[in-house]
Design a binder for this molecule. Structure first.
Ligand code: PMP
Length: 429
């Protein structure tokens, strides 16, 4: 099929395509990506000129190995030749079994059972269903609310939306319609005993109605790119154990090394009862996520009046995605990924240091392969993106934040370039 000329492609895009968090079709002006390789996106411009940008976003934090990676390509091709998909109800296959085993092996000790979902949001839905059903099975159906801290983000489907930031978050429109959850203040960056007490008190007070606490460990991502002390995770674990509440860690953004630990839970040495992973699970190649739980949760559900977890999306356990996920995990663990993430962390610290001098910059923070510049105003996304692209980098600022989460294979010169682009976007956006 011949390529559409860019103006025609953009006209059709405007006419018909609804982009994530986009307005009605017709108001967007996206860049056209022709291909991607390594850390670079090759763009098609209207005048036919060649252009490329370094991806400072890892395609929403997923493409940790970069694009067009020979190892992941081979895994996909090999699996494609066998089968790209087959239903998972009543059937099983090696890619899913291998992936479940690998996930159990590398996850915090005690997580034993794996549900393979088809997106991060769905894996959170599954986590919530697991927790509510667990308490129902144990004869405590009143425990059906969730407790979380404000400023979080867990996805765009119904239950996940209900535990996203209720004020000023992306789902404000639905307040009053979504399930009513219990919220704590957002966790401070450093450990404060008074905040820990607030968490303990809230969990104790709502224990009769709360099935689970759900949080993003160490980094609150799309709700505000905030970092907090891992010590709060231990406070949650203790309070949940003391009051018969399950603990869910949403590691969809933080999993697979992004914060410098394989899972952010590792910074605190805590095992949750349920854990969600996604995004980098397949190295950003295919859509797959997973919900892991302990034997206690699985056995509890199995003892109930309805002893099955009633969830079975069509593309659950997709073999193509599972095969690539196995290859991606092997690729990550087969190298000194910690040193690579530390190298990027050091590069971002150095490159973003000048950002604190920029007018209107409120905070600059770096953790693992995450660099954030926070402004005292809403970013003009269009102007900020234009500034970054001019510097040869793709970024997607939001709210008052310009940030980067580059692939771990980003070389030093490109890390410097990304940091320069973040500064330019903060200055001009
Ligand atoms: N949880 C967290 C922490 C996330 O960052 C995201 C995605 N940004 C999700 C859940 C939802 O994942 P998905 O976009 O794959 O549905």
């Amino acid at each position: 099929m011949p390529d559409l000329p860019v103006p025609e492609l953009l006209a059709l895009d405007r006419q018909h395509v609804w982009h994530p968090y986009g307005p009605m079709p017709g108001l967007q002006e996206p860049l056209v990506v022709e291909s991607a390789s390594g850390v670079r996106l090759k763009l098609r411009t209207a005048d036919g000129a060649q252009d490329e940008v370094v991806d400072g976003m890892s395609s929403w934090w997923s493409a940790i190995h970069g694009y067009n990676h020979p190892v992941l390509n081979d895994a996909a091709h090999e699996q494609l030749a066998r089968m790209s998909h087959v239903m998972f109800g009543g059937l099983t296959h090696e890619p899913a079994v291998r992936l479940a085993k690998r996930l159990v092996d590398i996850s915090p000790e005690g997580l034993e059972h794996v549900f393979l979902a088809d997106s991060g949001s769905v894996s959170v839905e599954v986590a919530v269903k697991m927790c509510l059903q667990y308490w129902r099975s144990l004869g405590r159906p009143a425990k059906q609310r969730l407790l979380t801290w404000r400023g979080g983000y867990h996805g765009d489907t119904w239950q996940p939306m209900s535990v996203c930031d209720p004020e000023g978050g992306m789902h404000e429109l639905w307040q009053g319609v979504l399930p009513r959850q219990v919220f704590a203040d957002p966790p401070p960056a450093t450990y404060e005993e008074s905040y820990a007490d607030q968490l303990r008190e809230l969990i104790a007070r709502h224990a009769d109605e709360v099935a689970a606490v759900i949080v993003e460990p160490v980094v609150q991502g799309a709700g505000g790119m905030r970092f907090h002390s891992p010590a709060y995770l231990r406070v949650l674990r203790e309070a949940c154990d003391a009051h018969d509440v399950l603990l869910v860690f949403d590691e969809i953004a933080t999993g697979f090394g992004r914060t410098g630990a394989l899972f952010a839970a590792g910074h605190a040495g805590v095992t949750p009862d349920v854990m969600c992973v996604g995004k980098a699970l397949t190295g950003g190649y295919l859509t797959m996520a997973a919900t892991l739980c302990t034997a206690r949760v699985a056995e509890g559900i199995s003892r109930g009046e309805v002893p099955v977890l009633a969830h079975g999306p069509t593309f659950m356990g997709n073999p193509l995605a599972a095969a690539v996920a196995c290859a991606s995990i092997d690729l990550l663990l087969g190298q000194d990924w910690q040193t690579e993430v530390q190298r990027i962390e050091a590069g971002l610290r150095e490159g973003l240091a000048p950002a604190s001098e920029i007018e209107g910059v409120r905070d600059v923070r770096v953790l693992g392969a995450i660099g954030v510049v926070q402004l005292d105003r809403e970013v003009d996304v269009r102007a900020a993106t234009r500034a970054a692209v001019r510097e040869g980098v793709w970024l997607r600022p939001f709210r008052d934040l310009v940030y980067t989460m580059p692939p771990y294979v980003t070389g030093d010169a490109d890390v410097t370039r990304i940091a320069r682009a973040v500064c330019a976007a903060a200055r001009e956006g």
